[in-house]
Design a protein around this ligand. Structure first.
Ligand code: HH2
Length: 259
């Protein structure tokens, strides 16, 4: 899954693809590098990010989704808002990737069901503005697992077939470095829920902290290491900024794992 951030303030590629032409070109490049899905987002969810109005978010993403989908590419829309998801599905997106897992807009579940779309449900503690203020868990893995099971049951109760739901432990979404590491170490417990697991470590701050304070653009080695190990532990969808190198690493690593 290649990341297309149509935002002025994303944590690692702020403003690079705010222009629709640049975003579409970037999406096409990521597809050529081997991305099976392009994840288009119009609102940063970095820690402390200010929310964006639905009209503004939709205006950013719709022209980009429309053109990528018209190319025959598979597009997911990274949003927690009903109006934005609806506009993106109208424009050709087929997956809703919601960091709030339908908590902010419960009606999103019904929309996904009605449109026959897929969805990614992510664990996040609270909301982006405050999620990194001293996050606490007694046992992060069992709490994330219980939350994802509850969100999955909610989606299914609203009519989304279970086969259309993917789950994501939400690396960096209300988690300390140690929480992220524990989730990656025990990822098999999330995989055991029985739905495909999406993992998003790409360029995130814990990678910088672990590797001597590397800035966002120098976190590719950490991104590769964590994605390879997540694959070994059962993750099947890898949300990344740098598709070509991660894909190569996963291909080589996969060849060394017993079939
Ligand atoms: N992380 C981000 C955004 N969306 N979706 C899924 N499924 N999993 C993730 O880990 C995830 C996500 C945050 O990364 P990014 O889009 O690069 O930054 P920003 O939110 O600042 O635009």
């Amino acid at each position: 899954m290649g990341i297309v951030n149509v935002t002025p303030d994303s944590f690692s590629d702020a403003g690079l693809y705010l222009d629709p032409d640049a975003a579409v070109e970037h999406g096409r490049d990521l597809s050529a590098e081997g991305a099976a899905i392009l994840d288009v987002g119009g609102e940063s969810t970095r820690p402390g990010a200010e929310p964006v109005a639905a009209e503004e978010e939709a205006a950013r993403v719709v022209p980009v989704v429309e053109r990528l989908a018209a190319d025959g590419l598979r597009v997911s829309i990274d949003t927690s808002k009903l109006e934005v998801a609806r506009a993106a599905l109208d424009a050709g997106a087929t997956i809703v990737n919601d960091v709030a897992a339908f908590r902010f807009a419960p009606e999103l579940a019904g929309l996904v069901a009605e449109r026959g779309a897929g969805c990614v449900l992510i664990h996040m503690l609270g909301e982006p503005r405050t999620m990194q203020r001293d996050p606490h868990y007694d046992d992060v893995v069992s709490e994330v697992r219980a939350h994802l099971e509850e969100r999955l049951a909610f989606a299914v109760g609203e009519g989304v077939p279970e086969e259309r739901v993917w789950l994501d432990p939400g690396i960096g979404f209300g988690k300390s470095v140690e929480h992220n590491l524990e989730l990656l170490r025990r990822l098999d417990e999330i995989v055991a829920i029985g739905r495909p697991v999406v993992i998003g470590t790409s360029r995130k701050s814990f990678l910088g902290k672990l590797a001597g304070g590397r800035p966002e653009t120098a976190r590719l080695p950490g991104t590769i290491a964590t994605n390879v190990l997540a694959m070994e532990r059962g993750a099947t969808v890898f949300r990344v900024h740098d598709v070509a190198p991660v894909r190569d690493a996963l291909t080589v690593a996969a060849a060394t794992v017993a079939p």
